[in-house]
Design a protein around this ligand. Structure first.
Ligand code: COA
Length: 402
């Protein structure tokens, strides 16, 4: 097998659905900007050198339909010879795009490729514009179509993840993100041209502006404030707007190359993906996915939890992320994730509770974040993992290049 190297990895900011800075910017325009930047940050490489794009999208329809992978390549002025595909594994779609390109390069079927993800949750709602579950089958199998919030309640109830634990975890996510935003630590962010429609004298005008920060971070969050929020998915539940991931718009991309291409372009590789796997679990508690995917990945790689120097565990909901951390033996080691700890290695700059979870983009967004932090910290081995609607978990292992 050949080696496959990540040579650049970027993301747009993540911005709040409906109320945020990217709400009126079309997903193709977000993806194009991530693609432009990922090529710009790979010195010596031109668009014509890229053979293929695989772009994750969880609801690939309407503005982000029609094979967004190919459409975005064409809009970004890659030549006709650069191909494009859309990849869907819901919340891990962006990581799946990167992993598929990695596998193709390792197999020797391709030399230069881009994997990424995009989701405008403002423009295409979660669930899609016209969900059509199979009528008879869905009656017999309602759990498969259950809301993600209910699955988070199920995890909280079945595994005794209390409201207090969820709110405390959410508070730390917000504080880590607030710190990172203030110190400008998100070096992977591409300042992104956004649009908004403004009415003047009865005429709507399209205005543009640059957005260069994640606008869902709430610096003023307190544990007491979080405790006051109502449960949103179940009457006596514990999952709230404060301890759930935010619904978000964004795009992200990574360029992957073979060893031969790295040499040809004289480019310094950043990291390699050395392992990737998925694990299936019950749909009505899909959030436990990482608790199965990560051990499967570690076993495959013949490594232990202690061998990993950096983690990005997607915070779809505090309940499921805490459960996964408990199962990995990481939750009780509070110094590894608390915002006040210098020893933290888990979601070091906050997670989706503060930064948002733009579904099909998230896997590629977390990749850009983990790549930045691996470089900053000299972290040799890193793991990215997330739960996936329908009942799955995905996990990938990265190794920093010397
Ligand atoms: C939970 C959910 C329904 C909340 O949606 P929302 O009401 O639009 O959420 P918002 O972020 O706008 O927060 C609503 C209110 O809660 C309060 N709130 C949210 N976070 C808070 C915090 N950290 N501290 C204090 N108050 C907070 C605020 O009053 C906020 O209103 P404001 O924005 O006007 O200040 C939505 O985020 C969601 O569905 N998340 C999960 C998405 C999902 O399932 N993804 C897939 C996972 S597999």
């Amino acid at each position: 097998m050949k080696e496959a190297y990540i040579v650049s990895s970027v993301r747009t900011p993540g911005c709040r659905r409906g109320k945020g800075a990217l709400a009126q910017t079309r997903p193709e325009d977000l993806m194009v900007q991530a693609l432009d930047a990922v090529v710009e940050r790979a010195p010596g490489v031109e668009k014509k050198d890229v053979e293929d794009l695989m772009i994750g999208c969880a609801f690939p329809e309407a503005e982000q339909g029609l094979n967004i992978g190919r459409v975005a390549a064409q809009m970004a002025k890659f030549p006709d010879t650069t191909c494009g595909a859309t990849v869907n594994r819901f919340c891990s779609s962006g990581l799946e795009g990167i992993a598929l390109q990695t596998m193709r390069i390792k197999a020797g079927w391709c030399d230069v490729a881009i994997g990424g993800g995009v989701e405008s949750m403002s423009i295409v709602p979660m669930g899609g514009n016209m969900p059509r579950p199979h009528p008879e089958w869905s009656q017999e199998n309602p759990d498969v179509y259950v809301s993600m919030g209910i699955t988070a309640e199920n995890v909280a109830n079945r595994y005794k993840i209390t409201r207090e634990m969820q709110d405390e975890f959410a508070y730390h996510s917000q504080m880590k993100a607030s710190n990172a935003k203030a110190k400008k630590l998100y070096k992977e962010i591409v300042p992104t041209k956004a649009v908004k429609f403004v009415e003047k004298d009865g005429i709507w005008n399209k205005e543009t502006f640059i957005q260069d920060f994640d606008d869902g971070i709430r610096e003023t969050t307190t544990v007491e404030g979080l405790a006051k929020l109502r449960a949103v998915f179940a009457a006596n539940g514990s999952v709230t707007a404060g301890n759930s991931s935010q619904t978000t718009d964004g795009a992200a991309a990574s360029m992957i190359m073979s060893g031969e291409a790295v040499e040809k372009f004289g480019i310094k590789p950043i990291a390699k993906i050395i392992g990737y796997t998925v694990a299936g679990v019950r749909a009505d508690e899909m959030g436990v996915g990482p608790a199965y995917a990560v051990p499967k990945l570690l076993k495959m790689m013949d490594m232990k939890v202690e061998d990993i120097h950096l983690w990005e565990l997607n915070e779809a909901f505090a309940s499921q992320c805490i459960y996964a951390m408990q199962q990995l033996g990481l939750y009780d080691k509070r110094e590894l994730w608390e915002s006040t700890s210098d020893k933290r290695i888990i979601n070091v700059n906050g997670g989706a509770i503060a930064l948002g979870h733009p579904l099909g983009c998230t896997g590629a967004k977390l990749c850009a974040q983990i790549i930045t932090q691996m470089q900053e910290r000299g972290a040799k081995y890193a793991v990215e993992s997330m739960c996936i609607g329908g009942g799955m978990g995905a996990a990938a292992m990265f190794e920093l290049c010397e």
